[in-house]
Design a protein around this ligand. Sequence first.
Ligand SMILES: NC(=O)c1ccc[n+]([C@@H]2O[C@H](COP(=O)([O-])OP(=O)(O)OC[C@H]3O[C@@H](n4cnc5c(N)ncnc54)[C@H](O)[C@@H]3O)[C@@H](O)[C@H]2O)c1
Ligand SMILES: O=P(O)(O)OC[C@@H](O)[C@@H](O)[C@H](O)[C@H](O)CO
Length: 382
Amino acid sequence: MKAVHFGAGNIGRGFVGLLLHEAGYEVVFADVADALISQLASASSYEVHEVGENAAVKTVSGFRALNSGTEEVAVVAEIATADLVTTAVGPHILKFVAPVIARGIAGRSPSLAPLQVMACENAINATDLLHSEVEAAWDGAAGDLSSAAVFANTAVDRIVPNQAPGQGLDVTVETFYEWVIDRTPFAGAAPVIPGATFVDELGPYIERKLFTVNTGHASAAYFGYGAGLEKISDAMADASVAARVRAVLEETKQLLVAKHGFVEAEQEAYVQKILSRFTNPYLPDTVNRVGRAPLRKLGRHERFIGPAAELAERGITPVALLDAMSAALRFDDGADDEAVELARMLSEMDAAEAVERITELPPSHPLFPQVQKLIEDRKAEA
Ligand SMILES: NC(=O)c1ccc[n+]([C@@H]2O[C@H](COP(=O)([O-])OP(=O)(O)OC[C@H]3O[C@@H](n4cnc5c(N)ncnc54)[C@H](O)[C@@H]3O)[C@@H](O)[C@H]2O)c1
Ligand SMILES: O=P(O)(O)OC[C@@H](O)[C@@H](O)[C@H](O)[C@H](O)CO
């Protein structure tokens, strides 16, 4: 069995690549980072260091690596004979890898089973986004895309920090992981990945993951950044930050229980587990990594506006989520392109225009005035 995996970064090597290797796939990593690909291409193995409770070291071997920028023809040929394609490149990058995937699918022999495609990104239904980009790039002369490939949404969860320089290909990760995959598109022929969980209804799981793990994580990052702290575990050790993160997760819990019917006690246990993951002192994770790309994180269907808008639509005005968004507006990491762009938008636009451009909320939305007020307050400080 062969899998082509786009994005040999933190989660690519530390999670998806590891689980596919353990499932018996030969993994072909495809990435545009030349030094990384050269290192992978010349290595026979790398180690995944799982830190925290029940620490362990796992070895990944039997992989190959290609530069999908300079060796695109070779990547297309690999996809043409692969069983599975996965991505972990970031939701905004999917449109760049989609044409390569489309060409690979077009080159497949009709005698092969459909290619199984899964985007492992932090976004609601990222595979649907990838699917629409592949459709947009599809050469109609190549036949029917739907008979050559099957696309399944997934939710991936494992905290993988940026790796220390000099660590080579080895990756430090937390021990916890969860990979939930929508079983329904596979029509009874789902891939066999022992570390993954297949479900018939993925929607509640994706929202639960994004609006608990990622909402809480980003809140810890922005509150921690505001408090001048560098590591997520240090932010969570600050009583005030921890209380504000907890308050945010109380609000998303309220939504998730009401919307998806999760049992409150089970959701509370899920929240507690996640808070304990954030405090893992062995994980060198930073507020800058977790807070990265604040414009994406303040998007309409993302971890803050997504749940806050739904609460507002249900007649509940969120307080803690707005507190976290307020902190996000103050994330001014000069090394982060989106933080720089956010600062530009806040300084050049009036508050109402900034709300529409950043969050895509229409002025008629019940959350709009609250977010506008946050932006007015932020602008008044500058
Ligand atoms: N790190 C985590 O804890 C974690 C956990 C779950 C999900 N995710 C999600 O996984 C995705 C990747 O996150 P990450 O933390 O691994 O980031 P990362 O920056 O470590 O890895 C991304 C990789 O994608 C590569 N890339 C960029 N453009 C590309 C292109 N056009 N073609 C091929 N490769 C390209 C980069 O060179 C990089 O190696 C994101 O969507 C993230 O939200 C991350
Ligand atoms: O990857 P992002 O930028 O969407 O979010 C940053 C972190 O919250 C994220 O990478 C988590 O570590 C991960 O989602 C845990 O499963």
